[in-house]
Design a protein around this ligand. Structure first.
Ligand code: BG6
Length: 465
């Protein structure tokens, strides 16, 4: 974000109530409650704020609060214990079936006024859950947050958008992508458009390749939904394509939600839809086998709990996309992500073309602009004369670590939902354009193109040590 802050409305416009369906699930435990505790610690939650955690299990509110205190101790240990305690007291647990309109109505208690509803559910049940919300009737002024991935295919995303339109106006719908809440991701717009030196070289005449990498040492670690989804749908369809859109888009007409989303959508429309032959040449999919990640023994993905051995679920994907527009013609955009890899490397790298002087080209490696996303920093690799040498160069890296973010990514995203700022979420057409890029890859894979390969857990990926 240009100002380094989310432009949410004044506190009076913040919704006073958040209902989380999937309130006992992994996302709520690991991300939503910890982020809410940080918002509480930062004084960003309105007084009298209430959080209703709704899920299928029969749990008393007190027992839920106790469990929540444990999750917060594990996932938000640096948040002041008073803030964690205060947050636990805002929690109310309700047993509910998110797919049953009667149960949803009871949980929403529409008389209590506008509510932020968060679907922390797997994509397979978004449709019935949105239909149930529509039948139950959301109080006017309510907003809906829908966790990613937004559907499982283009047709599914379209269907979900149709259902959502019947439920709420588009500006009240927040298709969540927490990467948009990361500080460095918010800063991409400022980096690109508030620095005159970058824009003239930000194109195919000067850029050789763009790499967007999200390598994780993390393994499956109990994320049950992942097996039905895989790396392409879990990470590329949303997070990495959003990064691509922000890196590649044209300058927005206005620095507001519409300006940004218009330009991101344009960029996504320009990404080439691959033929099966291009899928074969430009995609790699793989799954980890047993190995050791940072000294920890990791079982093969297929031996992880809850994994269906008959599925071809990939835990690693690399896709080299092309953006067929005037700015980016011919520039490869390499998107890569995987689990159980040797290192946590999360960064965008812009590699510039070699200098056009043949006499220097070999001696002067290409300039690199690196944008690490976690931890966040920025560095530019330049070639400078080595001491005492006229045409010998040494590499100099101008590096700047960023101040730690004031809030975690989910903190910004939740604040935007509660405050009604759509900037940090995905618009209906953006979601569909992203699926339109992914769909030909999924179809070709289903037909056996680019067969699934493997890599040892703890390695740098398929074919690498
Ligand atoms: C989630 C993906 O959206 O993002 C996970 O479902 C991934 O598979 C995670 O590990 C990465 O984001 P973070 O913020 O947990 O590093």
């Amino acid at each position: 974000m240009i100002s380094g802050d989310v432009q949410v409305g004044a506190d009076s416009e913040m919704l006073q109530r958040l209902v989380i369906f999937g309130g006992a699930g992994d996302l709520t435990r690991r991300y939503l409650l910890p982020a809410l505790s940080r918002l509480q610690a930062a004084g960003r939650l309105p007084s009298g704020f209430e959080i209703v955690a709704a899920d299928r299990d029969d749990i008393a509110t007190n027992a839920y609060r106790e469990a929540a205190a444990g999750w917060l101790a594990q996932h938000a240990p640096t948040v002041a214990s008073t803030a964690r305690h205060d947050l636990a007291r805002m929690l109310v647990y309700r047993q509910a079936d998110a797919l049953d309109p009667g149960s949803v109505h009871e949980t929403l208690q529409p008389d209590l006024g506008p509510t932020a509803v968060y679907l922390a559910l797997p994509p397979s049940v978004f449709g019935p859950a949105i239909a149930a919300l529509t039948s139950a009737g959301l109080p006017s002024g309510s907003r809906l947050g829908i966790e990613k991935p937004f559907g499982t295919s283009l047709a599914h995303a379209r269907e979900l958008n149709r259902l959502v339109r019947r439920c709420l106006p588009e500006d009240a719908v927040f298709r969540i992508d927490h990467f948009l809440g990361m500080q460095m991701v918010q800063n991409l717009v400022g980096l690109r458009f508030a620095n005159r030196v970058l824009e003239p070289v930000w194109n195919c005449h000067h850029v050789d390749a763009v790499e967007i990498v999200w390598d994780e040492t993390l393994t499956l670690e109990g994320r049950g939904y992942y097996d039905a989804v895989g790396a392409l749908r879990d990470m590329v369809q949303n997070h990495l394509l959003q990064l691509l859109a922000l890196v590649g888009m044209e300058p927005p007409a206005r620095l507001d939600a519409r300006g940004l989303r218009d330009r991101k959508t344009d960029l996504l429309r320009a990404v080439r839809r691959f033929s099966p032959e291009e899928v074969d040449r430009h995609t790699v999919r793989a799954r980890y086998t047993a190995g050791s990640v940072r000294g920890r023994q990791v079982p093969a993905y297929l031996d992880e709990e809850g994994v269906d051995r008959d599925r071809d679920t990939e835990t690693f994907v690399q896709v080299t996309l092309r953006v067929d527009n005037w700015r980016w013609a011919g520039v490869p955009f390499v998107l890569r992500t995987g689990k159980a890899l040797a290192t946590d490397r999360r960064e965008i790298t812009i590699r510039f073309r070699p200098v056009p002087l043949p006499a220097l080209a070999g001696a002067a490696p290409p300039n690199l602009l690196r944008i690490p996303l976690d931890p966040e920093s920025l560095s530019l690799d330049l070639n400078l004369n080595a001491a005492g040498e006229r045409f010998g160069f040494e590499r100099v890296s101008l590096a700047q670590p960023m101040a730690p973010p004031r809030l975690p990514a989910y903190g910004w995203v939740l604040l935007a939902l509660l405050g009604g700022d759509p900037m940090l979420s995905i618009r209906a057409d953006e979601a569909e354009e992203s699926w339109a890029i992914i769909e030909p890859i999924l179809d070709a894979w289903a037909a056996g193109v680019a067969p699934l390969s493997s890599y040892a857990a703890g390695s740098h990926g398929p074919g690498q040590p």
